[in-house]
Design a protein around this ligand. Structure first.
Ligand code: BGC
Length: 425
């Protein structure tokens, strides 16, 4: 009788363990809360649920474009030793900061066994790896250097998008005189203002100098950077007066409601416009920022597995899912971006996305500093704040602006940090 009871107890325990292991939890942090992006992540989480119905999904969306709020939350969780199973992170320097501190699990074996080195472009592989190991899987490829425009306003004013940054600047007074905001800006968080500078720099300086600037090899004293500062100051005279109280998506909303003619924003704006019911190339257009045709300024959202991640298998299953053709297609069609995989058919993507899929194959690739890929995070934060100082002091002389930007790079030891990092360019 006693042995029967023991047998029963062991059986119950094994059964309970089975139930416990079935009830795994997958916890994920992201900052996709605006129109388009929220639907995109919901779609892939639903695919995950279909594939793993027994896993409890705990999604933790933290509002704040470019991850301005979520990144602080994640840092605290990781430093406190209670990381989630996975989290959204920009491939490149934003990811390197964790990898270099041994806070992420190397996933090189997974990359090899899944054959991902054959399907993701080389530059994206570099951004997902640090010191010879892979640490993240890319979910999308966004393009930072895009300008979006309201077609009805362009048609009414007889405008076509210029091909040079000087042509773009020349067009701004005409739009303003007609009673529209030339450039919609929502800089309640200052990364959007920094994008104006970054994409203008790319247009003025070209890809090589752009890279050199963010590697600390040239300074703001360079004529191309000085010219960028001047264009940047001019652009800021043509934004909506309430820019400081709006988010990036609310600024896009100014195009939809017919108040603004253009906005410079990554192609998550494409997802926003689609979600708002706008038709690409009918209601709105989206092309490379004038002067940056032939250059693709990458923004890559990726997912890593932190050291100490709970229910780690659920994380590996997530990485495997998001790398598949169906998941990359479903997510990016809604998100406005394009797949990081090069073998996803164009079916189901809008014409602006199809054009970008073609461009990615032939363009010169650069990476966005604002969106965590191209430059060390501490420098980018200080640099964005310096640009905000310039924004709110329009009377600052060109030399004073140059000095401020140079001081920022020096204090953060930009050149030294980049030179000593185990990073591939
Ligand atoms: C991310 C995009 C996101 C955008 C707005 C960017 O930093 O890479 O995925 O849609 O921020 O939040």
């Amino acid at each position: 009788m006693k042995s029967f009871k023991v047998f029963l107890l062991v059986g119950l325990l094994i059964g309970a363990m089975g139930i416990m292991s079935m009830a795994a939890t997958f916890s994920i942090y992201d900052w996709w809360t605006a129109g388009g992006e929220a639907q995109a992540i919901a779609t892939v989480l639903n695919m995950y649920h279909q594939a793993y119905p027994d896993v409890t999904i705990v999604q933790n969306p933290v509002a704040g474009g470019a991850g301005v709020n979520m990144q602080a939350v994640i840092k605290s969780l990781i430093f406190a030793g209670v990381p989630p199973t996975t989290f959204q992170v920009h491939a490149g320097w934003e990811m390197y900061q964790y990898a270099s501190a041994n806070l992420l699990q190397p996933i090189t074996n997974l990359w090899q066994s899944e054959g991902w080195t054959n399907v993701f472009p080389q530059r994206i592989q570099q951004l997902c790896s640090y010191n010879g190991q892979f640490y993240a899987v890319p979910m999308d490829v966004h393009r930072a250097n895009m300008v979006w425009y309201n077609k009805a306003i362009f048609d009414k004013l007889g405008l076509t998008m210029p091909t040079t940054i000087q042509g773009f600047i020349n067009m701004l007074p005409k739009i303003k005189a007609a009673g529209y905001t030339p450039i919609a800006l929502g800089d309640s968080a200052n990364w959007t203002t920094a994008m104006l500078f970054e994409e203008t720099l790319l247009a003025v300086a070209g890809p090589d100098k752009y890279n050199q600037y963010f590697e600390g090899k040239i300074t703001a004293s360079d004529p191309a950077v000085q010219q960028t500062i001047q264009y940047f100051k001019t652009e800021l005279q043509y934004v909506n007066p309430n820019h400081a109280s709006l988010t990036w998506d609310q600024a896009c909303g100014l195009l939809v409601n017919g108040q603004a003619a253009m906005t410079i924003m990554g192609d998550w704006a494409n997802g926003y416009f689609m979600a708002a019911g706008w038709k690409p190339n009918v209601d709105y257009g989206g092309v490379a920022v004038p002067g940056t045709e032939g250059i693709y300024n990458l923004v890559v959202d990726s997912f890593p597995i932190p050291v100490g991640a709970p229910d780690v298998q659920t994380g590996y299953d997530w990485l495997k899912l998001i790398a598949t053709v169906p998941a990359q297609a479903a997510f990016n069609q809604i998100k406005g971006s394009i797949p990081a995989r090069i073998d996803v058919p164009t079916t189901g993507f809008n014409p602006i996305q199809v054009a970008n899929m073609e461009a990615l194959k032939k363009d010169v690739l650069t990476a966005s500093a604002v969106h965590g890929s191209e430059a060390p995070v501490a420098f980018v934060t200080d640099w964005e704040n310096a640009l905000t100082v310039i924004q709110y002091h329009p009377d600052m002389s060109l030399q004073a602006c140059v000095n401020l930007l140079n001081m920022t790079a020096q204090q953060d030891n930009l050149a030294g940090t980049v030179a000593s990092a185990n990073v591939n360019y």
